[in-house]
Design a protein around this ligand. Structure first.
Ligand code: GDP
Length: 204
């Protein structure tokens, strides 16, 4: 198993509150209840990690986790929660879009969608934003343990509008977790072309 030590760093309500660091960020996005916290825990092998994101006050913020020396995960607030007041949902949507469109550290986005349900309008919009900006994209089909073998092909087809192969994964069975971990760790600074001169953070 590849090493994936993750540690909660900070949370932000808007772009201006995001941490000032050199870390390459990978955003994780999905509607609420898609299995994002469970998957984060499985990725990190730490049952408490994503509880941090479920702490009252942090369910509606962008939550940053340091991963190793050069990476960070940006856990975006779960959207599509029916009971959330509309004004709050709007604010969160705007903060997410601003982060995705303008955050300099951002290199990639992992878009989660339930394997049985496939992507909806929100996931397609996230993919469009990512493409517009040239972000790398990973699509994860969650809770795939709930699919029967015979349902896989149909599930696969539901993801076709994303125009990218989904990684079928399950926090319950562990399927796909190592593959996701591998793909995320591939963004470590020593594995991608340097984007800026080291030490550029001096003076900030
Ligand atoms: P979040 O709201 O996206 O963070 O979702 P959670 O991780 O809290 O999961 C939502 C619900 O789905 C919980 O009841 C979990 O136990 C369940 N769940 C999460 N991941 C899986 C999975 O891989 N397989 C199954 N069968 N259930 C899951």
């Amino acid at each position: 198993m590849m090493r994936f030590s993750a540690r909660f760093a900070t949370s932000a309500l808007a772009l201006g509150e995001c941490p000032r660091w050199d870390r390459i960020e990978i955003a994780i996005a999905g509607r609420s209840n898609v299995g994002k916290s469970s998957l984060l825990n499985a990725l990190a092998g730490a049952p408490n990690l994503a509880r941090t994101s479920k702490t009252p006050g942090r369910t509606r913020t962008l939550n940053f986790f340091e991963v190793g020396e050069s990476l960070a995960l940006a856990d975006l607030p779960g959207y599509g929660y029916a009971k959330m007041p509309q004004a709050e949902a709007k604010r969160i949507g705007a903060a997410m879009r601003e982060y995705l469109a303008r955050r300099e550290n951002l290199a990639a986005i992992v878009i989660l969608a339930d394997a049985r349900r496939g992507p909806g309008e929100e996931e397609l919009e996230l993919a469009a934003i990512a493409r517009r900006r040239g972000l790398e994209m990973i699509v994860a089909a969650t809770k795939c343990d709930k699919l029967k073998r015979s349902e896989r092909a149909a599930a696969h087809k539901r993801f076709a509008p994303m125009r990218i192969e989904p990684v079928f994964c399950s926090a319950t069975s562990g399927e796909g977790v190592e593959e996701l971990r591998r793909r995320i760790l591939a963004f470590r600074r020593d594995e991608v072309a340097p984007r800026r001169v080291q030490g550029a953070r001096d003076g900030r």
